[in-house]
Design a protein around this ligand. Sequence first.
Ligand code: NAP
Length: 253
Amino acid sequence: MTPTPNGRVALVTGASRGIGRAIALGLARDGFDVVVNDIERQREPLEAVVAEIAALGRRGIAAFADVADRAQVQAMVAGAIAETGRIDAVVNNAGILITGTVEELPEQSWDAVMDVNAKGTFLVVQALLPHMRERGYGRIVNIASIGGKHGAPEQAHYSASKAAIMGFTRVLAQEVGPLGITANCVCPGIIVTDMGRTNLEEKAVADRWIANTAMRRLGQPEDVVGPACFLASDAAAFVTGQSLNVCGGIVLS
Ligand code: NAP
């Protein structure tokens, strides 16, 4: 069924696959035209997502940029606004996971994870805020992780980057609330994607995650779509500064 257009435009980063792709398609089904971002090396899969959005009857636009690069982010946001006239909602989803113990972690791995996950979120939000302020409207959805609340061995830097996103979002919500803009986090649990498989290499580890999940299963990218689309919608107009666990009941708070 062709979705009913809602006249709105969303930007989703890291949208060539996994959770970002699923959210971009979910937003299209909710009637958004969607600007989908990924890094240049993901050109082919990102263009395939644009085609999937078009098949749903909505407009998809590919916007290549490294979210950790300020100049590329500024150009992407300016280009998206010039092309569509508006960005109503942004889902900051682009992220990387590199594993390593604190004792052995190379400084470059710390920097890379912080640059993409934490700084990338900040750069995209900062580039969009003048536009959202001018329009007196915006929905900012930052994909954090239960890793930022609980975490797992060999992921201290990843956990720190996701906790940084949550702290950033709590303060952002206070700054932009008076402008008609909301800012929230979604905190996925173990979701079966290329990144999620890093946590699932051994069957025993996957079984342990399942046993520790109230719903007794691993998550799929589609499990994250409803909560993210809700926070990007007007139904969530009075929800801001929150970090919503979408983990099947691993973290219960
Ligand atoms: P994924 O399958 O690895 O997809 C992430 C996408 O982001 C990839 O296409 C990746 O491209 C892209 N990306 C990486 N660096 C980028 C950059 N600098 N600029 C633009 N795009 C970039 O990951 P996922 O599992 O869908 O995760 C999506 C988000 O959910 C991430 O923020 C992740 O931390 C979070 N999350 C995932 C899980 C999980 O279990 N899967 C759990 C909690 C939170 P390359 O592959 O070329 O780098």
